[in-house]
Design a protein around this ligand. Structure first.
Ligand code: NAD
Length: 474
């Protein structure tokens, strides 16, 4: 039987006169009809959330923690079904889709044990000032397509544990798993506390303007993030922007290449490079450049080939959608037109044996100019520039682009040198001798153009709350 999908409003399942389908990027099969929320659906969801907030906003942390455990149980119970839907809508292998679902369970459980506590901020013989954390109201969570469950789940659980109600809008490229998850979660929370609406930029824009919404938590491109922030200014909404990164990866002359090469290959080609913190520009010390390049090409050939079977044990995959497929093909074409040294890959033809799907083979480009499209902009796909460096100050300056504020990595056996470089990189997270993997417990946010505020860890919950100072006399 074909699965069915619904907007979830006030715990009711709603269809719509308008629907769209998503193309499975692995096979180009058309998937299932997905209802597009109308303006009326959106207004109803906001009204239901506002009503629910009157009681949910007063719930205790212990009550919210219990519900997060139940949310984790529901995902666990339906993990196979959710991963299967997610694999089809994203084109991810079963392994990769499983990671998205399992990490969502872990995230629910992490936040079921992590909450903001009251804190004495100041005390003397006359007064005591206590900081407490008050929910904001209704949060709208606007998500991208690359990790649909994890990224929506993060916003949902952060909202819930802090006492907010949340309406999640997944990307129209990947709406299904998130809609099914919300449908399956009905009954755990009071109606109106957790709702889902499917729609595109129009619905997202409406959310950013609605006076009944207190906060937008947005993950996506820098360009859309700027639009979101401008729109939110009209009603002074709280805003968190998790935006693109153009992550630099610096390989020092003493790096342990046996460990560094597989790690850099994962950093660049895991999920075909469609990771916000993927390694997007590799800076290798000139003294080891040739050996590094040869060995990286061999590693990528061995471990990141196109495998059409979704059950093959692969963490490589197709581009998620035709739009992104065309963007990455444009970057490859630009490298070819400009005569850059493509040492692996370089074809813009669909790389699957069937000729179907948004597949591109992994591509490696040696020393393209610093002002090339591939180096200056986030590629978000399986094409990696390998650059060289010889002076520490110079490589740090080249790494610190305005759009490179999200993540970075440094490889060196000399941990003092690695830490010295890491502390000078203008990025929200820096990984040493490992590729970029966010950690539930660690605050995650971008510097400069890569974001505004952040999420994850205990600190991430502050952006889902007002901090109220209570001044007590003594
Ligand atoms: P996008 O900006 O095109 O869309 C993101 C979401 O915003 C979608 O749900 C979309 O429908 C919605 N939207 C579009 N226009 C809107 C508007 N005017 N107002 C409100 N909402 C609007 O991004 P994308 O292509 O889906 O995602 C890929 C990008 O996301 C990459 O640049 C990647 O680096 C970034 N990303 C960042 C993080 C992070 O945590 N920093 C994580 C994952 C992805």
């Amino acid at each position: 039987m074909q699965p069915q999908f619904f907007n979830v409003i006030n715990d009711e399942l709603r269809g719509s006169e308008k629907s769209h389908t998503v193309t499975n990027p692995r096979t180009e099969d058309e998937l299932w009809a997905c209802p597009v929320a109308t303006n009326e659906d959106f207004e109803d969801a906001v009204a239901a959330a506002q009503k629910a907030f009157l009681t949910w906003g007063k719930s205790t942390v212990a009550e919210r923690q219990t519900t997060l455990v139940k949310m984790a149980e529901v995902i666990k119970e339906h993990a196979g079904e959710l991963a299967d839907i997610l694999s089809k809508e994203t084109g991810k292998s079963a392994i990769l889709a499983g990671i998205d679902v399992q990490a969502s369970i872990a995230q629910c459980l992490y936040y079921s044990k992590t909450a903001l506590e009251d804190e004495v901020q100041y005390e003397d013989e006359h007064q005591r000032v206590v900081a407490t954390h008050v929910p904001l109201g209704v949060v709208a969570a606007i998500a991208p397509w690359n990790f649909p469950m994890i990224l929506s789940n993060l916003k949902v659980v952060s909202s819930l544990i802090t006492g907010n109600c949340v309406i999640v809008k997944p990307s129209p490229f990947t709406p299904y798993a998130v809609m099914k998850w919300c449908e399956l979660s009905r009954g755990i929370l009071p109606p109106g506390v957790f709702q889902v609406l499917n729609g595109g930029a129009d619905l997202g824009a409406l959310m950013t303007l609605h006076p009944g919404i207190a906060k937008i938590s947005f993950t996506g491109t820098i360009a859309t993030g700027k639009r979101v922030m401008a729109a939110c200014a009209k009603t002074l909404k709280k805003v968190t922007l998790e935006l693109a990164g153009n992550d630099a990866c610096i390989v020092c002359p003493d790096a342990d290449l046996d460990k560094t090469i597989p790690s850099v290959a994962s950093g660049g080609f895991f999920n075909a490079g469609q990771v916000c913190v993927a390694s997007k520009r590799i800076y290798v010390h000139e003294s080891i450049y040739d050996e590094f390049l040869d060995r990286l090409v061999a590693e990528v050939e061995k471990s990141y080939s196109v495998q059409e079977d979704a059950n093959a044990p692969s963490v490589f995959g197709p581009l998620d959608n035709k739009m992104q497929f065309d963007v990455v093909k444009g970057i490859i074409e630009d490298c070819r037109t400009n005569g850059y040294n493509i040492v692996k890959g370089g074809s813009t033809a669909t790389a699957s044996k069937t000729g179907k799907g948004f597949w591109l083979e992994p591509t490696i480009v040696s020393k393209p100019p610093e002002d090339s499209w591939l180096v200056k902009e986030e590629q978000f796909g399986p094409i990696l520039p390998i650059l060289s460096w010889s002076d520490e100050d110079d490589v740090i300056r080249r790494s610190n682009l305005a759009n490179a504020g999200l993540g970075a990595s440094v490889y060196s056996k000399d941990l003092a040198q690695a830490e010295r470089i890491a502390r000078r990189l203008e990025s929200g997270s820096v990984w040493i001798n490992q590729f970029e993997r966010p950690n539930f417990g660690a605050f995650f946010g971008g510097m400069k153009d890569s974001g505004f505020g952040g999420e994850m860890g205990k600190q991430g919950l502050l952006s889902y709350s007002y901090t109220q100072a209570l001044h007590f006399p003594k």
